[in-house]
Design a protein. Structure first.
Length: 189
């Protein structure tokens, strides 16, 4: 019995990945993870590395667990603009093993170094990200292209009440007294 057990321990067994979802996303921030989940729906698994507001992305240090998560992803979403440089380093360190599609939200939004890195505050950011994700998911999993596109349209429609509220607030700003307090640098468009 011992000999059989020893012999079996040297046989490499492959795990059955048939249950693995076709879309596997890792995001640096939960803001982007929420959008990724809405678009991927039942065909995706989304992991947001930072999902707690008390964690400072500027100082975050990923470990091996996060490196493994990134290593299993086929889509990685990073904020860019120096906000989550650590994620870019993790992707590059795994580049010998795999090459996921990296979506840099700063680049997607046409931002440059020095611009406000808190891109999720701009309503259009999540819409553009959702559209980019639908296109990327469709390349990875063409059999569910219509599903991803429909989810994107539903997600964008769900943002319309927020768009109306933002427009109403902007309309009610007194042009004589339109000063606001900010905690981060902000460049007006």
């Amino acid at each position: 019995m011992l000999v059989i057990t020893l012999a079996l321990s040297f046989i490499p067994f492959k795990t059955n990945n048939s249950a693995q979802k076709p879309i596997r996303v890792v995001t640096s921030l939960n803001f982007y993870g929420e959008t990724a989940k809405e678009v991927a729906g039942k065909y995706g698994k989304v992991t947001s590395i930072i999902d707690n507001a008390s964690v400072d992305p500027h100082d975050y240090q990923p470990g091996t667990a996060q490196a493994n998560q990134v290593g299993n992803a086929n889509v990685v979403i990073e904020n860019g603009l120096g906000y989550d440089e650590w994620l870019n380093k993790v992707v590059k360190s795994n580049s010998q093993r795999y090459s996921p599609k990296v979506i840099n939200v700063g680049q997607l939004m046409g931002k440059r170094s020095g611009d406000n890195e808190h891109l999720w505050y701009e309503a259009v950011t999540m819409k553009k990200l959702a559209q980019r994700l639908a296109n990327q998911y469709s390349r990875i999993d063409p059999a569910h292209r219509d599903y991803y596109q429909q989810n994107t349209q539903k997600y964008i429609a769900s943002l319309k009440p927020l768009d109306r509220e933002i427009a109403q607030i902007k309309a009610n700003v007194n042009s004589e007294n339109n000063k606001v307090a900010v905690s981060e640098p902000y460049n007006t468009p």
